[in-house]
Design a binder for this molecule. Structure first.
Ligand code: NAP
Length: 263
């Protein structure tokens, strides 16, 4: 307890899955957390639960593709809590899969906007706010799909690969400028969240997968550890990168994937 005492964090996509777990854990460790999401009722419920648990949290409606919204969220963190120390760029979507030859340009652009442009905007406004606070830690949630390719996910792979290298550039720029801001990426394997359950459901409806159970079994087989991950296991990695325990890490990629990419 207390690994983030006195720190102020923004977590995007905080309403569910990895973002909800990270918001709860950062708050348990002493951070004041600005939870943001497009899902307002679920996001408010996460912030309320943190407060009911004795933690500090607020919720803001926030579409991560909007630069105006980013300016407001960063200002809200500083106005409400005096500074910004931690930013978790987590919000994202897993689009329905399609081979490149069938992928519509609009669908490609939508994925790039939500999964990559958002992280650029978060880094931009996070760096501006954090340098006023004398430093901080930015954690960008990429994926194993930012490291290895997979068929029928060109838009998601490209966005998550982009997050991986964007992270390294942001880390170098912050180090060169002497801002005291560290920037790292996290690369989860398949984690049991609403996002994965939706992918499975869509796959079953489209006839790409037999049944939800079969699909989960197939996904499980891709992880040598023999199961999907839990949101808390990604939240633990985020906590480590947010805390001073990772003080010599910047521009690095933390893979948390049950061995998926080890083969
Ligand atoms: P999730 O359960 O779907 O939660 C993501 C949250 O982000 C949802 O509340 C979603 O709202 C919100 N969101 C979507 N678009 C947004 C936007 N434009 N602005 C603000 N919020 C938005 O997803 P998750 O599984 O926790 O994933 C979190 C991150 O981890 C994503 O970046 C994902 O790509 C990455 N990741 C996940 C896995 C996995 O297996 N779960 C693996 C690797 C990487 P709606 O539900 O209303 O869309």
């Amino acid at each position: 307890m207390g690994r983030l005492d006195g720190k102020v964090a923004i977590v995007t996509g905080a309403a569910k899955g990895i973002g909800a777990a990270a918001s709860g854990l950062l708050a348990e460790e002493g951070a004041a957390v600005v939870c943001t999401d497009i899902d307002v009722p679920a996001g408010e419920a996460v912030a309320d639960a943190i407060q009911n648990n004795g933690g500090k949290a607020t919720f803001m409606a926030h579409n991560v593709t909007s630069e105006d919204a980013w300016e407001k969220v960063a200002a809200h963190a500083v106005d409400s809590f005096g500074q910004l120390d931690i930013l978790v760029n987590n919000a994202g979507i897993a689009p329905p899969g399609a081979p490149i030859e069938d992928l519509e340009l609009d669908a490609w652009r939508n994925t790039i906007a939500i999964d990559l442009d958002s992280v650029f905007l978060g880094c931009k406004h996070g760096i501006r706010a954090m340098k006023q606070s004398g430093g901080g830690s930015i954690i960008n949630i990429s994926s194993i799909m930012g490291i290895v390719g997979t068929s029928n996910a060109a838009d998601y792979n490209a966005a998550k690969g982009g997050v991986r290298l964007l992270t390294k550039v942001a880390a170098l720029e912050c180090a060169d400028a002497g801002y005291g801001i560290r920037v790292n990426s996290v690369h989860p394997g398949f984690i049991d969240t609403p996002l994965v359950r939706n992918v499975v459901e869509e796959g079953v409806i489209a006839g790409r997968m037999g049944s939800a159970n079969e699909a989960i079994e197939l996904l499980t087989m891709l992880h040598p550890i023999g199961r999907l991950g839990f949101p808390k296991e990604i939240a633990n990695a985020i906590l480590f990168l947010a805390s001073d325990e990772s003080s010599f890490m910047t521009g690095s990629e933390m893979v948390v994937d049950g061995g998926y990419t080890a083969r």
